[in-house]
Design a protein around this ligand. Structure first.
Ligand code: FES
Length: 81
């Protein structure tokens, strides 16, 4: 019996558990860009994605005024996203 593919290791040839149409990009000093038909809910299960398009930017720096989405504030002060 072989070990299952590691979905966290792209070199393993595994398919993301999010599906082949979802891509998450970690932007240097910026947000996480989520491209594709991924859902987004808060802790209560409320849909946060709403009418947003196929790409959403999730804040990593904690300085946004529209959490959990990036509003570009990370660019003003620099530093890690
Ligand atoms: S990553 Fe853009 S405002 Fe936080």
């Amino acid at each position: 019996m072989t070990d299952p593919a590691d979905p966290a290791d792209p070199a393993d040839g595994a398919v993301s558990p999010l599906g082949p149409d979802v891509l998450i990009t970690v932007c240097p000093d910026g947000p996480l860009l989520v491209r594709g038909p991924a859902g987004l809910v808060d802790g209560d299960g409320t849909d946060l994605r709403g009418e947003r398009g196929t790409t959403i930017a999730l804040c990593r720096c904690g300085r946004t005024a529209i959490a959990p989405f990036c509003d570009g504030t990370h660019k003003k002060r620099g530093g890690r996203g």
